[in-house]
Ligand binder design. Structure first.
Ligand SMILES: Nc1ncnc2c1ncn2[C@@H]1O[C@H](COP(=O)(O)OP(=O)(O)OP(=O)(O)O)[C@@H](O)[C@H]1O
Ligand SMILES: [Mg+2]
Length: 394
């Protein structure tokens, strides 16, 4: 049997030792303290078969709360409560919060037996540690959000992390733009994925998700946005989190997406956020409105970087001024490439294929390189352009 890994959440070292002793014949236990905001993230990045949560004494309420929030992020996680002795009220509280089982520290043999039984039933978690989520926001329609998100994900897949699963989640509206730009048919949309939440696994991902010929996975919103009403917001949020554990990087195009709750949730679990804004007053105005809305809802907008869209040196309004006005950092300027972009659109090919050395792409390469490094995966570094061309497009 493969050695299992457990996470034990408690503040008490003695209890951790008791539990890890009881379980040492089946696997290794990792000790995590309560008081860490990173708890949910750590659970994802460590990868685990079971998380044991301390329900002792006046901890029960906090433990139930933690169990619930872990299950929102990792619905397939097996959480098991523990205490010295369990009474039925405590067990009920744990089960209500979503725990799969409950064990007593006072009877280590029983605990071990329970854990062995659980391991036989528990599904294998994705072996991948949690991936990174990058969100591209757009100040207003038509400024190049989708083009930026599409090329960023394409660069990650083709040049930096070719061996890793990368997803482009096209939440832009009208839906399906990215798929159109990449000439890829997307039959399985975000709502379909949410509806398959309970049976979501690697096999479904391989078969149902659309893939561009580079290997980049693509998922869009349904053509008919009314379909979004059929799925619960919690399920949609869970799906987003789950995608993070199946893909090394998920690039979300949130240009023009109006659902503020899902938007806030996506931002909340994002590791990197860029806002595309043009050098025009209406665009800056919309960006300000968006940032103000986010701040009002308690979101810390300092995490957001500015990407100037369709940048033109001849325009008076300088990117630094825009950044200052919006009170966010300037991450780069995407040069205006109107003729090239139209030419690409007309032959249904991305700029990366038509002109791999275009300066527009170099701006995104800078961001892609940083992101790739942050994933902890082995980074390829930009492959020679000629090679990419042969590998994917010939
Ligand atoms: N840097 C650029 N220079 C010139 N044109 C660009 C640039 N980036 C994108 N475009 C063009 O602008 C148009 C809109 O681009 P895109 O679809 O990426 O924008 P968007 O912000 O996602 O728009 P929408 O609101 O329609 O989703 C497209 O025709 C695209 O080719
Ligand atoms: Mg778009």
């Amino acid at each position: 049997m493969v050695e299992k890994r457990f996470i034990v959440v408690t503040d008490n070292e003695t209890r951790f030792n008791e539990l890890s002793d009881a379980l040492k014949s089946t696997g290794t236990s990792v000790w995590l303290h309560w008081n860490t905001d990173l708890l949910a993230q750590l659970v994802g990045s460590l990868g685990t078969d079971i998380v044991f949560v301390d329900f002792i004494g006046d901890n029960a309420e906090r433990a139930a709360e933690l169990t619930r929030s872990l299950l929102v992020v990792y619905p397939r996680l097996w959480v098991v409560g523990f205490s010295h002795r369990a009474d039925s009220a405590l067990i009920l509280e744990a089960m209500r919060a979503g725990a799969r089982d409950f064990i007593e520290l006072q009877s280590p043999m029983d605990a071990l037996r329970t854990v062995k039984a659980i391991l036989e039933q528990s599904p294998a978690l994705p072996a991948q540690p949690s991936g990174k989520l990058i969100t591209i926001l757009g100040a207003r329609p038509g400024i190049g959000t989708t083009t930026a998100a599409m090329h960023l994900s394409l660069l990650l897949k083709q040049e930096y992390l070719p061996d890793q699963p990368i997803l482009l989640l096209d939440f832009g509206y009208p839906s399906g733009d990215a798929a159109l730009y990449l000439d890829t048919k997307v039959a399985f949309n975000f709502c379909d994925a949410v509806r398959s939440l309970r049976r979501f696994d690697q096999a479904l991902l391989n078969t149902a998700f659309a893939h561009h010929k580079s290997g980049l996975a693509i998922m869009s919103l349904p053509q008919n946005l009314a379909d979004l009403r059929d799925i619960t917001p919690t399920d949609a949020m869970t799906m987003l989190s789950l995608l993070k554990s199946y893909f090394k990087v998920v690039v979300v195009d949130l240009g023009g997406f109006a659902g503020l709750d899902l938007l806030l949730y996506a931002l909340g679990i994002s590791d990197h956020i860029e806002l595309v804004c043009e050098q025009s007053l209406p665009s800056v105005y919309s960006a300000r409105q968006l940032l103000m809305n986010l701040r009002e809802r308690g979101f810390d907008t300092e995490q957001i970087g500015l990407l100037t869209g369709k940048y033109d040196t001849r325009i008076d309004l300088a990117p630094a001024q825009i950044a200052q006005n919006l009170q966010i950092r300037l991450d780069g300027n995407l040069p205006q490439r109107t003729d090239k972009m139209i030419a690409c659109a007309n032959i249904g090919k991305p700029l990366l294929e038509v002109a791999p050395k275009d300066p527009y792409l170099n701006v995104l390469r800078g961001i892609a390189a940083d992101l790739a490094k942050g994933t902890g995966a082995k980074v390829q570094g930009p492959i020679q352009n000629a090679t990419i061309f042969e590998r994917y497009f010939s």
